[in-house]
Design a protein. Structure first.
Length: 405
């Protein structure tokens, strides 16, 4: 696959399930199949299971499917409790980044199940999801997501489905309650085709990816596509998930504006002293790839005064920055996403003080750098006078902004 791939857009034609996601990515990038299968073994998949990717077709389209062939009599039983699954994954031979993603994917569903049933998360039983095929789907998905190392993902509207499904808890509506919780915030629609269109495993993978709700609007190169087929047959359409790979390199620049993406990390802190938090935020601000760190007072639970933290960073550095946020602050949870942004062309003109010039749609503006005004005498009035003189000189010079500033 093109080394310049910046994001993948998921088009849920038939919906999404764990096996469909995994098959779509392998169809897009066949070289990932061996690593995905090896990761399943490292996670403890027994020898009696035979996971395989196969070429398949639906409604005249070619793609891949994923299945786990096994003899039921020869398979060891699995403890269906979330705590046992978590412990088994932690003790596995999986690579650390893949293990962390697999743990997060399982945890997302466990949290949803705990909320639905009103129980503690360690009391959650996965029932159907305790099967070996779900372990294979989740671990395989964790591997391919980590291996791609993308700046971002985006997702088209999800078919919501309809009807009823049979579960360990009896007959439930589609989408099942825990799946519906995981899909909160995602765009959905009813295409008139009944059935379970988004499975719990598919929903937890999407929640882990936190994809943007639409493709970025600036031009990209379409570098490839992959089709992942599910096992069900839908009336009038292929039951597949399409993955469209987009390559950067042709991002539009008009009227002095450039478009790219930025990682956004947000969390609140209410139990860390102001002195220690300031030290931690300075360390985060100094990290490679961090663009900005802001904080603001907010009222948190039980009306406690807390601090809201927002960190902007390069998308490719978001995993490392998240680790440092969890290291340098007392938070035990955070939110993150990759967002589109527009950035004005700007240039920093050297001097005392330096002046930053930005190309705005209505014309150029100039702003003297505060650090260069510290030695100016005359107090506030003197600093403002020096700033205006420097700004006017640069604007008269007429140089076009062309740097990053």
């Amino acid at each position: 696959m093109d080394s310049e791939i910046s994001f993948i857009h998921l088009d849920p034609v038939g919906g999404i399930a764990g096996d469909m996601f995994l098959a779509a990515i392998v169809d897009l990038e066949p070289g990932l199949s061996a690593g995905a299968l090896a990761s399943m073994r490292e996670a403890g998949l027994p020898d009696a299971c035979a996971p395989c990717f196969r070429q398949t077709q639906g409604h005249g389209f070619r793609g891949h499917g994923f299945s786990l062939a096994a003899g039921a009599d020869s398979l060891p039983a699995r403890d269906p409790r979330y705590g046992a699954i978590r412990t088994d994954l932690e003790a596995s031979r999986l690579a650390a980044p893949v293990k962390a993603r697999a743990q997060d994917i399982f945890a997302l569903l466990a949290e949803a199940e705990a909320r639905v049933h009103g129980i503690a998360i360690d009391q959650v039983h996965f029932h159907e999801l305790a099967a070996w095929d779900t372990l294979a789907d989740v671990v395989g998905a964790a591997f391919v997501i980590d291996a791609l190392g993308l700046r971002g993902w985006s997702l088209g509207p999800l078919p919501i489905g309809s009807g009823r499904i049979e579960t360990e808890h009896g007959t439930l509506p589609v989408p099942a309650p825990a799946t519906a919780l995981l899909l909160e915030g995602f765009e959905v629609f009813d295409d008139g085709v009944a059935g379970e269109r988004v499975t719990p495993t598919g929903a937890e993978i999407l929640k882990h990816l936190a994809p943007a709700p639409h493709k970025p609007s600036w031009p990209h190169k379409l570098a490839g596509q992959g089709l992942g087929f599910g096992t069900k047959t839908l009336v009038g359409m292929p039951n597949c998930l399409r993955a469209l790979a987009m390559a950067a390199g042709t991002e539009a620049k008009t009227a002095g504006r450039g478009r790219d993406q930025v990682g956004v990390i947000a969390f609140e802190v209410d139990d860390q002293t102001a002195e220690d938090l300031a030290i931690g935020l300075e360390k985060i601000r100094a990290l490679d790839g961090v663009l900005d760190v802001t904080q603001a007072p907010v009222y948190a639970k039980k009306n406690r005064l807390a601090t809201h933290i927002r960190v902007l960073c390069r998308p490719e550095r978001i995993d490392q920055v998240i680790d440092d946020c969890l290291t340098e602050t007392s938070t035990i949870g955070l939110r993150w996403q990759v967002q589109d942004r527009v950035v004005l062309d700007r240039a920093l003109h050297p001097g005392a003080p330096g002046v930053k010039v930005a190309a705005r749609p209505g014309g150029r503006t100039a702003k003297a750098e505060a650090a260069g005004l510290e030695s100016v005498s005359g107090g506030h009035a003197g600093r403002r006078r020096a700033a205006r003189l420097a700004e006017d000189d640069v604007l008269r010079d007429g140089a076009d902004p062309d740097g990053d500033g």
